[in-house]
Design a protein around this ligand. Structure first.
Ligand code: ATP
Ligand code: MG
Ligand code: MG
Length: 363
């Protein structure tokens, strides 16, 4: 976001919510300033992560400079609030039960079936804070695990495990005067609850499906009077879209826009929250975004592949941590598949388990 702001003359400073440190997001240098003074000095405050300590969120909300609104951020951060909003707006989503006692799991199994995915209502991302139940025999063990949590403080959302056809997401941006610019739907491939590959535009999307996604986005964005980039994750079953979850921020499945669209999601988010006209979301080429997960430094030789772009975040390596991503651009899906195949030759298969199969599918 800081890089996208630079050419517009927008300077971005980041607050690390773990310790309230103020950091220059490009150089990663700690800036010697107090949080209160920073809040006073800046024009606008926004978020790129929804799990923000309540006191900090209250503080920035009080400044009147926060966009999107505190309500939108809290809705994206709390699955119970999110489910309530989806129900209120009559938006189809995954069948669920909210529980505050481990013993309520039995009734949930009766209602939803024995294949379940159980999600902590707060603080989860990248599949963290989730448990899966494959059959009833695993129930005692699962209950034992969950009994260590304080479910009255953080309830669980128990969802039916869906056998969907594929996952899609819609990333779009809304300005304060209500203009909306949509990126096309992206197709997302997850592995162990974590996004590995996005293909954009998603292949085989007809106008009806597109319209369904846009209508859902409009309902959500308008009800939250949303300003900025909002992302909606879907499960596609046949011709129907069910909302999985929403993210009140720029989204990993929108990273492809850095090379594949006229204006990237980061720039459009800044434009919206700064009250500037939105930029064109036109696609410039089919793009594959490939996450680099849990991988240490590696050779950069793959940059010889035409259309291959690397974004390296410079974070300390950790298992399952997103360290960076590739954006691959090509003239058509078949060429894109070949480019993915070429990339796969440079990378360890254990970190990129979806790459070869997805490449073959596109060719
Ligand atoms: P994110 O990093 O996107 O915020 P998250 O940790 O909030 O992820 P979800 O998006 O709820 O988690 O779930 C992660 C992934 O797990 C989904 O993208 C999907 O692949 C799978 N998943 C989640 N819920 C279900 C479900 N009800 N049925 C089947 N698969 C599911
Ligand atoms: Mg999430
Ligand atoms: Mg998700």
């Amino acid at each position: 976001m800081a890089l996208a702001g630079y050419p517009l003359g927008i300077s971005v400073q980041a607050v690390d919510v773990a310790d309230n440190k103020i950091v220059d997001p490009v150089t990663k240098q700690v800036i010697n300033n107090s949080l209160n003074r920073l809040i006073e000095e800046v024009d606008t405050i926004t978020v790129e992560f929804e799990h923000i300590p309540e006191d900090l969120l209250e503080l920035v909300h009080g400044s009147g400079k926060l966009k999107p609104s505190v309500e939108a951020i809290l809705t994206g951060a709390d699955r119970v609030r999110e489910k309530k909003l989806l129900e209120k707006l009559a938006i189809d989503n995954c069948p669920f039960e909210i529980i505050t006692e481990v013993e309520q799991l039995d009734a949930a199994v009766e209602k939803l079936g024995e294949k379940l995915i159980i999600k902590a209502s707060r603080d989860g991302y990248d599949g963290y804070g989730q448990w899966r139940l494959q059959n009833k025999s695993q129930l005692p063990e699962l209950k034992e695990k969950l009994s260590q949590l304080d479910l009255h403080k953080i309830p669980l959302v128990v969802e039916k495990m869906l056998n969907f056809d594929r996952e899609l997401s819609l990333v779009a941006v809304r300005s304060s005067n209500g203009d909306i610019a949509y990126y096309p739907l992206a197709e997302n491939l997850h592995y162990q609850g974590q996004l590995h590959v996005s293909i954009a535009p998603a292949p085989q999307v007809d106008e009806a499906l597109n319209q369904q996604a846009k209508t859902i986005f409009n309902k959500l964005a308008e009800s939250l009077d949303y300003v900025g980039v909002l992302s909606v994750e879907f499960f596609q079953i046949g011709q129907q879209l069910l909302v999985n979850e929403i993210a009140p921020r720029v989204h990993n499945s929108g990273h492809w826009t850095m090379q594949g669209a006229d204006t990237c999601q980061f720039e459009n988010h800044l434009r919206a929250v700064r009250g500037l006209p939105l930029g064109s979301t036109k696609v410039t080429s089919p793009t594959a975004m490939i996450n680099i997960i849990g991988c240490k430094a590696f050779s950069r030789d793959m940059l010889s592949i035409p259309g291959c772009h690397l974004h390296w975040y410079g974070k300390t390596p950790r298992k399952k941590r997103k360290m960076g991503h590739f954006n691959l651009c090509a003239d058509n899906y078949s060429e894109l598949g070949k480019t993915m195949q070429a990339l796969a030759e440079y990378l360890p298969v254990e970190n990129f388990p979806m790459l070869k199969d997805e490449a073959a599918r596109l060719i």
